[in-house]
Structures are given as structure tokens and as C-alpha cells.
Design a protein around this ligand. Structure first.
Ligand SMILES: [Zn+2]
Length: 216
């Protein structure tokens, strides 16, 4: 009850409205969400050593998508995970991507950044996908042991150095011989995904694909 009243008061100060058309009671309405095109012809061209395929549901150059992801990650509007995950679900269903027997692993945040944000955006996305496709999700199997500086502005080589040995598998027995889907919000060079994949291959997973909302 107290929480309800609190939320009501909060909604007077910060009304819940669509970030695009201002429709009430939703952060991203269906009409606006449907304006974000699904990507059908993009192929991730960068050479990845440890990942079989990167699937990205859409392009990051869509302004509305950029705002949605920004509000999700940096204004901490957790609720945006639902529409953002719907973009991925739509893509996976339209492209008929085979997900049977895969286990989801969200890209972990370092503890410090996790505490700052209060949630891991990739984990929230993975949870939505796990529910929708009835897949297992491996939380707390992989950690980010080094708090790497932001990747923005670094070239690929520097990004890889920056990430070297940044991830650690805590419970290798849970993922041994499993087919893995890595979940991240946006892929740029693929360096983070590759570094995680390298760590997972050492822990003897069978194979790895990656799924992101967008590619930049
Ligand atoms: Zn709208």
C-alpha cells in the first residue's frame, strides 16, 4: 500500500509517458515501438574467433532506439526492458533463429557499476528472453573481475587490451558442454563479446552465439 502511494506520488512528479509520443502509462508505446525497424539483412562482418554468429535485432542509428536505450541504462528506467526485449523477440521469431538447448548468459557488469546502476541491463534482457522462449539462464556463473574503463573512444586493439582477463567463470561445471547465447544491449566492435567468449571456451562450453538489441 505504502509503495502504491509512493509510486502514485512519484508519477505526479515524473509522469509515466511514452518517450516519443507522450502517451500515458507506458514508457514506449506499441505504436512507437513498431516504428523501430527489425534488421533482416545485416551480417556482423567483423572476424570473431570464439563466436559463431552475432544476431542484432536492429540498427543503433534509430534515434528513438538510442533514447530508449539511454533512458534504460542511464536514467535507470528498468521498465524499458520489456519493449526493448520485444524488439529482439520479434527479430528472432521472424528470422526463425533456432534456440533450442541454448543457455543464456548476460554480459556481466563489474560489481561497482552494478551497484551504481542497481541492475544489469543485459541480465534483465536475458530474463525476458528466457521467459519468452523457455530457456535456461546462467546468472552468477560469469563475473567481471576487473572494472574496465568505458570502451567508448578506444579502437579495437586498445579495447581488447583494456578487457584482457576481465572476466572469470565461477562455476564451470554449470556451463561445460553447453550451447551458449551471450546477451548484450549493443554490439560495436564485438571486443567485449569476444573476451567473454574466450573465457567461456576455456571453461569448455560447446559453442557460442551472441544476441544484442542493436549494432552500432
Ligand atoms: Zn508512443
Amino acid at each position: 500500500m505504502i509503495k502504491k502511494i509512493f509510486n502514485y506520488l512519484l508519477s505526479l512528479i515524473f509522469p509515466i509517458e511514452c518517450i516519443s509520443c507522450k502517451e500515458e502509462d507506458t514508457y514506449l508505446c506499441t505504436k512507437c515501438l513498431n516504428k523501430i525497424d527489425i534488421n533482416h539483412d545485416f551480417k556482423f562482418k567483423k572476424n570473431l574467433k570464439y563466436i559463431d554468429k552475432v544476431h542484432s535485432a536492429t540498427k543503433y542509428d534509430n534515434k528513438l532506439l538510442q533514447i530508449a536505450i539511454h533512458y534504460f541504462k542511464f536514467r535507470y528506467i528498468k521498465e524499458l526492458v520489456v519493449p526493448l526485449s520485444k524488439i529482439i523477440i520479434k527479430y528472432l521469431e521472424q528470422e526463425k533463429i533456432e534456440l533450442t538447448d541454448y543457455m543464456l548468459i548476460p554480459i556481466p557488469l563489474h560489481k561497482k557499476r552494478y551497484l551504481e546502476r542497481g541492475f544489469n541491463q543485459s541480465e534483465l534482457i536475458a530474463t525476458q528472453l528466457a521467459k519468452h522462449f523457455n530457456l535456461q539462464i546462467a546468472n552468477n556463473v560469469l563475473i567481471r573481475s576487473i572494472n574496465t574503463p568505458h570502451q567508448v573512444g578506444l579502437n579495437k586493439k586498445k579495447r581488447l587490451n583494456n578487457l584482457n582477463e576481465a572476466f572469470k567463470v565461477l562455476k564451470p561445471e554449470l556451463i561445460k558442454d553447453k550451447k551458449i547465447i551471450l546477451i548484450d544491449d549493443v554490439v560495436t566492435t564485438g571486443s567485449t563479446l569476444e573476451e567473454v567468449a574466450k573465457t567461456l571456451i576455456k571453461a569448455k562450453v560447446s559453442n557460442i552465439i551472441a544476441i544484442t538489441i542493436a549494432y552500432d
